[in-house]
Design a protein around this ligand. Sequence first.
Ligand code: GUN
Length: 291
Amino acid sequence: MAVILDGKSLSKKIREEIKNEVESFRKKGFRNPSLAVILVGNDPASEIYVNNKRKACEKVGIRSLFYHLPEDTSEEKLLGLIYELNQDEEVDGILVQLPLPKHIDQTKVILSISPEKDVDGFHPENMGKLAAQIEDGFIPCTPLGIDILLRHYGIEVKGKDVTVVGAGFIVGRPLSLLLLWRNATVSVCHIHTKDITKFTKEADILISATGVPHLIKADMVKEGAVVVDVGISRLNGKIVGDVDFENVKEKASAITPVPGGVGPMTVTALLLNTLKAYKKKFSHLISTTNP
Ligand code: GUN
């Protein structure tokens, strides 16, 4: 029976630490950190994600400024708002929830966010820093959350065969770069991979980020592997992941549940990135007031 990698309880602990750190800044006379969250349209899943992020911010003392724009908002209007938020000294982080409506060019929007406020880590400057192993950039939240979760449980990735299923821009691609940074041997599978099972069966650590419910069955997993499930889907009215949890947990040495695994860690990583943006802004003052 596998160890359950409990992202919910680890998140609770880390968020408590973030809350204390924010409080200590407040006591020294600094303002609260702040995150601007932009949602365009009414996608129900995006609304839930955004609400979770905002609630998590408020609980630790990060002010969340919410911009809920209608579905038919023009690209120009959205870019105008981001321009203003980039200039606003009181705003530390900017998050534009994806996906955006089809008439808006996602690349243009990502490029318009100031890299210093890009707490999602999607701007090419931050993705480039991730690829080049430069510490001062922002690492996208889900890869960062997984990294923190694995470290907490003492799961070493260095030298391990890690298979990532899914090469998407938000998770699979940046996660693969982060794992390389951590000296893993990384295989990345995607929709054009001829034989996914060939790679999943070899993996010491298997991470799936496809959004295909129960794609990963027990016979695709090596005995004793660590399994990380990034997927969140609905199957017969139930929230499930990419992994057939009930059967795979009998074979794995450790596994993340859905919900309560990677999901809360993603939100926690967002809080950490926002705190990082805030601290960078005040670093010259922090070092003089707190030698
Ligand atoms: N949509 C799904 N995941 C994410 C995320 O991590 N950030 C943003 N901005 N949008 C998302």
